[in-house]
Design a protein around this ligand. Structure first.
Ligand code: FEO
Length: 395
């Protein structure tokens, strides 16, 4: 338990061990937290719970803090299991307690748990009086699921934003002003790039809607990572930037290689890029050796990408194929791309890479660069020239 204000306490769980989230899809090098909050006024309300493996621990600690029967209501901002996982165990102890959620929240929670709980459907602008203070609900569909919502506590001026503004970042410090700022923003950007990018148009619209309410916000309490206590508008401004087809002066080269040929092409192309555009940061990632979520964050920051794979069995290497499967769903916009790769006889990889790039929403600016067999000095020189030319179209 950590006291946040006189009436709000953090009652969540810090998951220091977590290294993969959403099954094995998202890497969490710095762990995460499942933030739940207890609001005490005349009425007591619990906002969200924790992931199921920590349900009993959560309830044990919560019941050392208050008698669970004192909970007058539960706000389920989002039905995903990382936040609702302790609900079944909690509802066994306080079975008739109202659960405030959106209409889609009822579908999500019944879909997961198949229980006929006392759901109270709320919509944007609905209020729950707690005593002197009240909670105002704000639906936030697709931030991160159709059921998502936020709520705002008057008096304390706290926005409980659920997944939005979160980070997969474990810290005992709990507040943004106490943690390493590089780590915090690295994780916040990675989280946005890998989770929220598909919903960028909705992110910008929702933020503008919330700002139009003119509610003072002294703190943003997300459901993962640290609380934005110092200058909470800084993460709101970052989200507005990230939501609008964000890019820096960067090129990311992603590739995989069998016998080093495509790697040599990647490095020669990078040299060419650097010679033509020395101000542009160029980074190379072998996808079979690098965490794909970290690379996605790099691609998110880039103006353009170069994708490379040798041809194998008329196809491309699996690490790069899997990467595109993920990138396709993210729907990044206004990024340019080109491809390259070695081959021995049939040489389909560059065409497949171009198709994958287009299917992922990139503008392919060149037909690509192919090398028959291993590149010699002449081919590497041509690859360097390709880098020099193609970068002019990428940035
Ligand atoms: Fe943190 Fe969409 O759950």
């Amino acid at each position: 338990m950590v006291k946040i204000t006189d009436s709000v306490s953090w009652v969540g769980k810090i998951d220091w061990e977590l290294r993969k989230f959403h099954g094995d899809e998202y890497s969490t090098h710095r762990g995460s937290s499942y933030n739940a909050y207890l609001v005490r006024d005349t009425k007591t309300v619990l906002i969200d719970t924790v992931w199921k493996p920590f349900a009993e621990e959560f309830l044990d600690r919560l019941s050392r803090f208050i008698d669970l029967s004192e909970i007058d209501g539960i706000v389920a901002n989002h039905g995903e299991i990382d936040h609702s996982g302790a609900l079944p165990a909690l509802m066994e102890r306080i079975p008739n307690t109202p659960i405030y959620c959106t209409a889609n929240g009822v579908k999500s929670l019944t879909g997961h748990y198949h229980k006929d709980w006392n759901f109270q459907i709320v919509k944007t602008g609905d209020k729950l009086k707690l005593g002197k203070k009240e909670l105002i609900f704000i639906e936030a569909p697709m931030l991160h699921w159709p059921d998502s919502m936020m709520c705002y506590l008057t008096g304390d001026n706290i926005l409980f934003s659920n997944d939005a503004f979160g980070q997969h970042y474990a810290s005992e410090f709990l507040f943004n002003d106490r943690v390493d700022q590089n780590e915090l923003f690295t994780e916040a950007l990675k989280y946005y790039a890998n989770i929220l990018t598909p919903f960028s148009p909705l992110v910008a619209k929702k933020i503008e809607e919330v700002l139009s309410f003119n509610l003072p916000v002294s703190m943003i309490c997300p459901s993962h990572g640290v609380i934005w206590r110092e200058n909470p508008s800084q993460i709101v401004e970052k989200y507005l930037e990230w939501a609008k087809d964000y890019q820096e002066d960067r090129i990311t080269i992603v590739y995989d290689t069998m016998w080093e040929g495509t790697r040599q092409l990647a490095e020669a192309i990078a040299e060419g890029v650097r010679e033509t555009a020395p101000q542009t940061e160029v980074k190379l990632y072998n996808l079979s050796k690098t965490d794909k979520n970290d690379v996605i964050a790099e691609v998110f920051r880039s103006k353009g990408i170069l994708a490379g794979s040798p041809t194998i069995n008329r196809g491309i290497l699996t690490s790069i194929a899997a990467f595109f499967e993920e990138v396709k769903g993210l729907g990044m916009k206004k990024k340019k791309a080109a491809s390259f790769g070695c081959y021995g006889w049939s040489g389909e990889s560059v065409k497949i890479l171009n198709d994958q790039l287009r299917a992922s929403g990139f503008e392919v600016v060149h037909e690509g660069f192919k090398s028959l067999w291993e590149p010699d000095d002449k081919i590497l020189d041509r690859a360097r020239q390709y880098g020099k030319e193609v970068v002019k179209q990428l940035i």
